[in-house]
Design a protein around this ligand. Structure first.
Ligand SMILES: NC(=O)c1ccc[n+]([C@@H]2O[C@H](COP(=O)([O-])OP(=O)(O)OC[C@H]3O[C@@H](n4cnc5c(N)ncnc54)[C@H](O)[C@@H]3O)[C@@H](O)[C@H]2O)c1
Length: 330
């Protein structure tokens, strides 16, 4: 039985990945500084460790064949724009220590989760953006703070392969969303924030939208994400690879779909003073299709329907809205 470590196993993608790998028959150790928030872990072993600290990384990687390193101090645009020093400090320490601990403990494969935030700002100034392909990463002009750290750690993965023969895999996620993700408190991303706002609004009521709603993104559902992670880990591709959807939508279109899932209509109050990130961003999946022979397939309508229903249920559970039936829009 292959013994794998998932770091960040108390977080959104890590928690789903643990479930996926256990179902696939792996023995899984989960590590995080916190327990999963919304349901119990299915990991065979779960340890609370601070992976900024070197001894904790050595402890986490003992007796492990393969590492999926997802731990990171991160959040939506509102969080990473205002916590650049902490984000770079924590994530450099986690990734540098985890790579070296994996090497010393004889780990065979190391998976690093990078981000579309590494792509240059100068390619993302228009809402009608050209989809970003992997080679577009250089000349570098990544998102300040979070994006620079991800790019640095991508390079370090490459050097651990070149200098030590550690098999590294690097994925660049484009906006992963789904149930069991943070939906409130400042670290949430746009799909979860919009689901929460629409769920809390009356039919015909008003929600606040960050920016003018014309900024564009692509969004990838969590079930496609964990499958893509596993496929990339099993592949022989050592260069960074996009993992996302290539369906470009405006934030307004995202809200339209959530309205459909909610069975209500809301008015939109645009706040141009709030952080919006780049103007437009999409994933070019040409290399993904070639390398994995596969690409994400779950529609935004289906994925947002699932996500909306889960967030609505959470808001009911916590008493923030009365128990009302939710109409499916899909
Ligand atoms: N969700 C996305 O759309 C997205 C996009 C691009 C990249 N990523 C990357 O994917 C990975 C997982 O993201 P997520 O969305 O699940 O985020 P998340 O915040 O839900 O999960 C990250 C986890 O890392 C843990 N962590 C932070 N500091 C730690 C420390 N010092 N020691 C141990 N654990 C620590 C957190 O407690 C959290 O549970 C991250 O590396 C993130 O940068 C995510």
């Amino acid at each position: 039985m292959t013994r794998v470590l998932v770091t960040g196993a108390g977080g959104f993608i890590g928690h789903h990945l643990v479930k996926y790998l256990v179902e696939k028959g792996y023995w899984v150790r989960g590590v995080d500084i916190k327990e999963p928030e919304f349901e119990a872990t299915q990991a065979h072993e779960f340890e609370l460790l601070d992976l900024r600290r070197w001894p904790c990384c050595l402890q986490a990687t003992r007796g492990i064949d393969e590492v999926y390193n997802l731990a990171a101090n991160m959040g939506g645009i509102g969080f990473i724009e205002t916590h650049k020093a902490d984000v770079m400090h924590d994530n450099v320490l986690i990734n540098i220590h985890m790579l070296e601990a994996a090497r010393l403990n004889g780990v065979g494969r190391f998976f690093f989760t990078s981000s579309a935030c590494i792509y240059p700002g100068y390619l993302q100034k228009s809402a009608e953006v050209t989809a970003l392909k992997e080679a577009d990463a250089y000349p570098a002009d990544p998102e300040d703070g979070y994006g620079w750290e991800k790019l640095f750690s991508e390079r370090q993965c490459r050097h651990y392969w070149e200098d030590y023969g550690l098999e590294t895999r690097v994925v660049r996620f484009h906006n992963i969303y789904g149930p069991l993700g943070t939906y409130d408190g400042g670290r949430e991303k746009s799909p979860a924030a919009i689901c929460r706002k629409v769920a809390l609004a009356e039919d015909g009521g008003e929600i606040e939208v960050w920016g003018d709603g014309q900024q564009t993104r692509s969004y990838c559902y969590i079930d496609d994400c964990v499958e893509g992670i596993h496929r990339l880990m099993r592949s022989d591709h050592r260069e960074p690879l996009n993992l996302g959807s290539d369906r470009l939508v405006t934030v307004n279109e995202l809200i339209d779909i959530v309205e459909g899932a909610a069975g209500k209509k809301v008015r939109r109050r645009y706040d141009l003073s709030k952080p919006q990130g780049v103007r437009g961003r999409n994933s070019d999946n040409t290399l993904l299709r070639k390398v994995l022979g596969w690409e994400p397939a779950i529609t935004l309508e289906d994925g947002l329907g699932e996500t909306y229903r889960w967030i609505h249920g959470q808001l009911e559970l916590t008493g923030r809205i009365g128990a009302t039936p939710v109409t499916s829009g899909t």
